[in-house]
Design a protein around this ligand. Structure first.
Ligand code: CTP
Ligand code: MG
Length: 233
């Protein structure tokens, strides 16, 4: 029974602004991509495919050190980067996860819950958390048009889990739509699965699975790791 994971890590990290790929940013002495891979393996993943910026494969292999992961070159956008990794997912995989390197502190329990839900028969699974902020729809000049009813809204995270045939079919559909000049609206892999009519299940997410996007997020990750280290000693 093989559980595989794709780790998209080919982004430039422009909002973080370090001048190098975000996945190579260091928190508590370890790169985000190495932390993400460790969390996946601890959560029960057997095979990891990391997607690096094209030309950066060797630098990523070095960052991953002794970790068992295949490194492949990515694409201009996240959907393309995930698609580029599908060919390196073993054919016998029973479950495939897609997990942003930027969500490097996702607890292994979330990984386990996603895997278990796919094994239980769900074709697509996302970790979901309640939305805390009040949401407004705004119009021209930022004027509020309406307050959005928060009932039934969820913020979703990664890892997202799939039965491999479903993930392949979803990306194949997205690629043919794009080749035909259609709009690409989905911003995550579960969204691509929804577009082919797949029902997406949720499991409880975790605030620690937040995405490192800005310098503030990096400071928060640093503080969380420091607190965990202090608690462990
Ligand atoms: N990603 C990727 N390939 C891309 C773009 C993004 O593999 N062409 C990955 C990122 O490396 C990240 C995840 O998708 O792990 C989520 O993307 P995001 O947080 O937007 O990261 P970046 O694109 O690197 O950041 P920014 O948008 O600020 O440049
Ligand atoms: Mg981006």
């Amino acid at each position: 029974m093989t559980v595989a994971a794709i780790v998209p890590a080919a982004g430039r990290g422009e909002r973080l602004g370090l001048g190098r790929p975000k996945a190579l940013a260091v928190v508590g002495g370890l790169t985000l991509v190495a932390r993400a891979v460790d969390g996946l393996v601890e959560g029960g993943v057997d095979v990891v495919v990391v997607v690096a910026p094209p030309g950066g494969e060797d630098e990523f292999r070095a960052a991953l050190d002794h970790r068992r992961a295949t490194v492949v070159p990515g694409a201009d956008d996240r959907v393309g980067s995930v698609a580029a990794a599908l060919g390196a997912v073993p054919r016998d995989a029973e479950v495939v996860l897609v997990h942003d390197a930027a969500r490097c502190l996702c607890p292994p329990e979330v990984v386990r819950a996603v895997i278990d839900a796919v094994r239980a028969g769900h074709r697509a699974v996302v970790p979901a958390t309640p939305v805390a902020d009040t949401l407004k729809r705004t119009g021209p000049a930022g004027v509020v048009i309406a307050t959005v009813d928060r009932t039934g809204l969820a913020a979703v995270q990664t890892p997202q889990g799939f039965d491999p045939a479903t993930l392949r079919a979803a990306h194949e559909h997205a690629r043919s739509g794009r080749d035909a000049g259609g709009p690409v609206t989905a911003t995550d892999d579960a969204g691509l699965a929804e577009e082919i009519g797949v029902s997406v299940a949720t499991v409880p997410g975790d605030p620690r699975a937040f995405k490192v996007t800005t310098p503030l997020d990096l400071a928060m990750a640093e503080a969380l790791v420091a607190a965990a280290t202090a608690g462990a000693s």
